[in-house]
Design a protein. Structure first.
Length: 423
């Protein structure tokens, strides 16, 4: 009898660490009736032409309260969007790369305040942009006051800008040196690209401002240099395989091509049409980049995944670094990642930034139903996620739109989730 009780308890503990289906939303603390509002709104967004389709997933205490798709994968044929579709998750790659860095931190392979130049010497004695001439893209520089650190890469306070989607200065300067936002890269090597980046000016002095940039691509390069593995292999062996993430790739395999979700974008009138080119203003980059072989593994933008796979990854973080009996990180590493790491450096109103995530503050929680401490990010092709540790909620909302003027649906989805809580 005692042995049976122990077995039952062990099963309950393991089950609590996994994402599991439940017979109804009430078992996860939600109202089934109130969750139907999400069905209604998602279908209405499709009917209005605000999106071709979307997939939503809501998990509480590891229990799946909502997991549905709405709309179409192809507006012409009316082929429905499947909830196991593989989406280009772009900047949602960043959180996975950040976890990879923290794994190396836990193994004593690096310290967060190490200068990047300790591992990639080209980052010694960097310069900072001073004056920029838009007419001919020339510029002057001043010396950096300090070397950029791994922590500053994780917090986007290093001064690195973004290629293609950054400021006019970074877009122009980086383009002249064949630097990209990381998708659809051909005939280039990650370390070579980061060495080129090292020779270009920072957009501001390290640590003084928050600037979204190629920080996480550089972190991915550090993972490769320090571990001696490609980022692709490191992700597979240290994160994806232990977590059972079977649908997350830098290159979607041929046998799963039919599951890659169709990319749409808006024309000047707001009407959706299927996108065939110009992903992130990239030269010769199409939505097919997710299927094409490449050895340039962008830690900032390169992955494609399902909403379920990514939910598993987020549930691991919510579980303080553990999932299905496999520990990826210690609870204190997760704590560090999901707390204010930028001090008083301005970010978005009411939010701060951790090691790879935006984090809602007490002040910010007044603007949203999400509790203080909720951490999140998203991807350029309209994928979003949040983790609310106080409510024990993981929620994700995926579309596949290259451009959209209907960003409001993201906040509406979040409001629709929280209004359905019923405990």
């Amino acid at each position: 009898m005692i042995l049976l009780v122990v077995i039952v308890l062990q099963y309950a503990i393991v089950a609590a660490q996994q994402i599991i289906p439940v017979p109804n939303a009430e078992a996860a603390g939600f109202s089934t009736e109130r969750l139907k509002r999400i069905d209604r709104e998602m279908n209405e967004w499709v009917q209005k032409g605000w999106m071709n389709g979307g997939v939503a997933m809501i998990i509480r205490n590891g229990k799946i309260a909502y997991y549905k798709a709405a709309g179409y994968n192809n507006l012409d044929t009316k082929a429905p969007l499947q909830k196991d579709g593989i989406f280009r998750i772009a900047s949602q790659t960043k959180a996975i790369t950040s976890v990879a860095i923290m794994i190396l931190f836990e193994e004593g392979k690096l310290l967060l305040d190490d200068p990047v130049s300790k591992y990639i010497p080209a980052f010694r004695k960097q310069q900072v942009l001073d004056k920029y001439n838009a007419a001919d893209t020339t510029y002057t520089t001043v010396p950096a006051k300090k070397e950029i650190t791994i922590r500053e890469l994780l917090t986007h306070t290093s001064g690195l800008g973004y290629a293609q989607i950054g400021s006019r200065e970074s877009n122009a300067i980086y383009a002249k040196h064949n630097l990209t936002a990381g998708v659809g890269v051909k005939n280039d090597n990650l370390l070579d690209a980061m060495n080129r980046l090292a020779k270009l000016p920072l957009m501001h002095q390290p640590g003084e401002r928050w600037t979204y940039g190629l920080n996480t691509d550089l972190l991915g390069c550090l993972v490769e240099v320090i571990s001696g593995m490609t980022l692709n292999d490191f992700f597979k062996q240290r994160i994806f395989e232990p977590l059972g993430m079977k649908d997350t790739y830098f290159m979607v395999p041929k046998e799963k091509t039919n599951r890659l979700v169709t990319m749409y974008r808006e024309d000047s009138t707001g009407k959706l049409y299927q996108s065939h080119s110009d992903v992130l203003n990239g030269k010769d980059v199409t939505p097919e980049y997710a299927l094409q072989p490449s050895t340039y593994y962008s830690g900032g933008a390169g992955l494609s995944s399902t909403i379920y796979d990514y939910a598993v990854f987020l549930q691991m973080l919510l579980n303080d670094g553990k999932y299905n009996g496999k520990r990826i990180l210690s609870r204190n590493s997760v704590r560090m990642m999901t707390m204010n790491q930028i001090g008083d450096v301005p970010f978005r109103s009411g939010d701060t930034f951790g090691l790879g995530f935006s984090v809602i503050t007490e002040k910010g929680s007044g603007r949203t139903p999400a509790q203080a401490g909720t951490y999140s990010w998203g991807g350029a092709f309209s994928t979003s996620y949040w983790v609310d540790p106080k409510e024990k909620i993981v929620l994700l909302f995926y579309r596949q739109l290259q451009s959209t003027t209907k960003g409001e649906v993201v906040e509406k989805f979040r409001a629709l989730t929280y209004q359905a809580l019923n405990d």
